[in-house]
Ligand binder design. Structure first.
Ligand SMILES: Cc1cc2nc3c(=O)[nH]c(=O)nc-3n(C[C@H](O)[C@H](O)[C@H](O)COP(=O)(O)O)c2cc1C
Length: 255
């Protein structure tokens, strides 16, 4: 699955047709509220121009043979609330989306804001496509409570999975420092293998380090912030072996 951000149907189609054979599905990001998305009329901006969002999703769905899904947020009460959520859902269904992921926070909310899983119930009931609940699911109990409140049976976790790698192994023993270090190494290599730029890998690693700082000494963590390439960051962190993409990056001399 590859998620794209887009502000127009023509460039979205260019991207998905180029990559169609490499992925199992495409998702359109309509839920990111970071400036790098909103400045480009992407992410949550797509919640406030449904005509254009519909054109993008339709164009994606009509031009590829893999499923297209959408990830968005719920609307604030002053933005139309549930009525608008249902309008977005209908738009996504008619555009050909095969599922909708709902981050149960309002567009401008930070990740620390409360979630509103109860709002998802009416959306799940109205939906003809699977609704995937997202937001604030940090533990197995959170998932159970969300299922009860929303009726959702599919869940998407970001920070919960980042911070506890044994979350999906209920009853298993908690992660050891060696597990945490292995996790960080995999996070690093996966980020490099996906072709992320070093800035995004650093973003991922800093999230991965939350709650795991004790397994990486402070001076190493600080040096990691200054790394300009994956090769350099891997060396600083003492991770081996280097991946193919890191080698390629070094050969190309990517800054
Ligand atoms: C490190 C990190 C990277 C993220 N990258 C994306 C992304 O590329 N696309 C997206 O739709 N959401 C992204 N998110 C947002 C999450 O998918 C999710 O909507 C948000 O963190 C709320 O879920 P949570 O409470 O389980 O963390 C990211 C979140 C984190 C923490």
């Amino acid at each position: 699955m590859l998620q794209i951000g887009s502000s127009d149907d023509v460039s979205a189609v260019k991207a998905v047709t180029l990559l169609e054979r490499d992925v199992s599905a495409f998702d359109l990001n309509c839920g990111c509220n970071m400036a790098f998305s909103t400045k480009g009329d992407m992410g949550i901006k797509r919640m406030f121009d449904l005509e254009k969002t519909s054109a993008i999703l339709k164009a994606m769905a009509r031009n590829v043979n893999v499923p297209v899904t959408v990830k968005t947020r719920i609307y604030g009460e002053d933005q139309g609330g549930l009525t608008k959520d249902l309008e977005f859902l209908r738009m996504a269904e008619l555009a050909g989306c095969k599922a909708i992921a709902l981050h149960a926070r309002f567009p401008d909310n930070a990740r620390s804001a409360p979630t509103h899983h109860d709002r998802l119930k009416a959306i799940v009931e109205a939906a003809s496509i699977p609704v995937i609940a997202n937001g604030g699911l940090m533990t197995e109990d959170d998932i159970t409570q969300c299922r009860e409140a929303s009726g959702c049976t599919s869940f998407m976790l970001a920070r919960g999975a980042f911070s506890n790698v044994t979350l999906f192994n209920p009853g298993g023993s908690p992660p050891t420092p060696a597990d945490d270090l292995r996790y960080l190494e995999r996070l690093f290599h996966n980020s490099a293998d996906c072709g992320l730029c070093i800035m995004n890998t650093r973003f991922n690693m800093n999230f991965g380090l939350r709650g795991r700082k004790s397994v990486v000494p402070k001076d190493v963590r600080e040096a990691m912030q200054r790394a300009k390439t994956h090769t350099e960051m891997g060396k600083i962190l003492g991770f081996t072996p280097r991946t193919e993409s890191e080698e390629l990056e070094e050969k190309r001399g990517v800054p």
